[in-house]
Design a protein. Sequence first.
Lengths: 405, 127
Amino acid sequence: MKFPIYLDNHATTPMDPRVLESMIPYFTEKFGNAASRNHAFGWEAEEGVETARKQIAKLIHADAKEIVFTSGATESNNLALKGVVEMYHEKGDHIITSSTEHRAVLDTAKTLETKRGVKVTYLPVDKFGMVNPEDVRQAITDKTILISVMFANNEIGTINPIKAIGKIAKEKGILFHCDATQGVGKVPVDVQEMGIDLMSFSAHKMYGPKGIGALYVRKKNPRVRIAAQMDGGGHERGMRSGTLPVPLIVGFGKACELCEQEMAADAARLSVMRDRLHDTITKALEDVYLNGHPTERLPHNLNISFAYVEGESLLMGCKEIALSSGSACTSATLEPSYVLRALGVGAELAHSSIRFGLGRFTLDEEVDYAAKKIIETVTKLREMSPLYEMAKEGIDLKSVSWAAH
Amino acid sequence: MAYSEKVVDHFNNPRNVGSFKKEEDGVGTGIVGAPECGDVMKLQIKVQNDTIVDAKFKTFGCGSAIASSSLATEWLKGKTVEEAGKIKNTDIVQELNLPPVKIHCSVLAEDAIKAALADYQKKADPK
């Protein structure tokens, strides 16, 4: 076993060596500009791009012409929201999203509120982090131009009822954008069946390179139009100018092809591993709480709170394992995870949360080591925790009047 | 974030973890912080003839909070009550080389010391 162990695959994934291999010729040999129409260098670069476009489209059941390359999911989310608001502002000024979206959607929505006077409804989620499609229906007004709901949450892995939301959007004739960054390549995503009109996703979350992502933009039923947010040479059917990073795109295509072939086997293997990790921990420790949905969740995600132990100290005690926490001390804002808070998880348990993200290259022995190390560290930190001591003495921690600081 | 060696040392080998009986003579207990803020410190001192002969802590919090309280117990032992009252959070920041975002951990440790001393004095002179 090699240390440190990487269990933070929601943050990013290592690139599959087969992806790297596909990219290498496009750096030095096939280095042409895909937009150069008059020579062989341009043609072979363009061929690489178009092959990738097909591989990517196939994975999500789209047409290759519906793929717009961007720098990643953050840009895709910005382009989708800002591009739709600008293009359809005469139709309305209201968008609907959810409170547990990624910051790339939430902050874009906030910008649209403050700078363009757009009205935004932030739908609540249930205690498992799921959006209720009926809430989406209720929030729709005659001014609604866009619904944006994420496929699966990056912290808790809960998968939203996308197909039901897509159906409502279609019924009402409203565009539906889905940030599927955590879902594509991990679980089946079908833009046709799910009624998705715009979809953001990114290569580096599925064993591809960083710096490349895509926005799926539906071409028919309905034909979706977005206003470009980057002016220039009119690449990507005018929706996103900028010279295409051919090696990254080729790698993105290869990553999608591999996911299409191996996704089912990866998901089956990782969900068994994830469940064993969860079982081992809950058998050894009391007061461990699952965050997110018990069944409707990404197969490689586990998010749990260890009562009486602060998340950052837990990560520090397990420093040979790469993990994430919803603790304030691990965030730039010094606030505990807004996603967990939206689920109704108390701040003290949000501070105590750890996210495990397994991946294609995670080994059984690594997961077993992580379980053992987590159990040891939680046990040690609980011996040091005044909250654990009080709970053992039968004091209800909620009844204590704490001096908030 | 990279921690200083001293923080890592206190975190891995915390000094004086434990509890005294709160009712015991000469024991002062300070509990500061709040679970929803992500840190709670319990610091206890045992005083004989105006000198702190022993100190213990338990902390729920990040590595810096644990290290700050561990260090505080080390410093308290052997000090008189008056000397103990002079320990400042800035001394802890300096000793542990805490980064700016972790200064509140040292403030909490100073508050815990003050709370323990006040509790001791209240018990010793219950007027």
